[in-house]
Design a protein around this ligand. Structure first.
Ligand code: CDP
Ligand code: MG
Length: 146
């Protein structure tokens, strides 16, 4: 017999969320994680690491060849990051909303980039932009996650 599935259960998603080197350096980790926690998202994986070239190349493959690509990789490799996975109803879009616009100078107050971001090349966090991106990005950093 079919089990009844609630609407929120049906839309449960996972998203990849990374606190970039500037966030770790500036001691913003707890402040930023609290934002996602407050939005009723549940963290299912967390690890601090220095991103290697295979990982950054895979994460930012869509930006290869763009003018900011080399400086983006230098930034991402510049210190430890915190990589995390979060789960919840509509998690991908919700986290993007909490992050705010890519350029911190355009990001609304109350968003993570609006409150903590300094410039487009120091924008504090990364969040998957779609469910497909999340499914591609999570195994780059958490290959064994079920
Ligand atoms: O992270 P998001 O999806 O909002 O932005 P993106 O357009 O996918 O760009 C990826 C990352 O490249 C940004 O988070 C910035 O760190 C960096 N970037 C940059 O340094 N200069 C730009 N003009 C655009 C993006
Ligand atoms: Mg993006």
């Amino acid at each position: 017999m079919d089990r009844e599935v609630s609407q929120s259960e049906e839309m449960t998603e996972r998203t990849f969320f990374m606190l970039k080197p500037d966030a770790v350096r500036r001691g913003l980790v707890e402040h930023i994680l609290q934002r996602l926690d407050d939005a009723s998202l549940r963290m299912v994986a967390k690890q601090q690491l220095v991103v290697n070239k295979a990982q950054s190349g895979a994460l930012y493959t869509e930006h290869e060849g763009k003018p900011f690509y080399d400086s983006l990789l230098t930034y991402i490799h510049s210190g430890p990051v915190l990589v995390t996975v979060w789960e919840g109803s509509g998690a991908v879009a919700l986290v993007r909303k909490l992050i705010g616009a890519t350029n911190p100078t355009d990001a609304a107050p109350g968003t993570i980039r609006g409150d903590f971001g300094l410039a487009i090349d120091e924008d504090v966090v990364h969040g998957s932009d779609s469910v497909q991106s999340a499914e591609r990005e999570i195994p780059i950093f958490f290959p064994g996650l079920d």
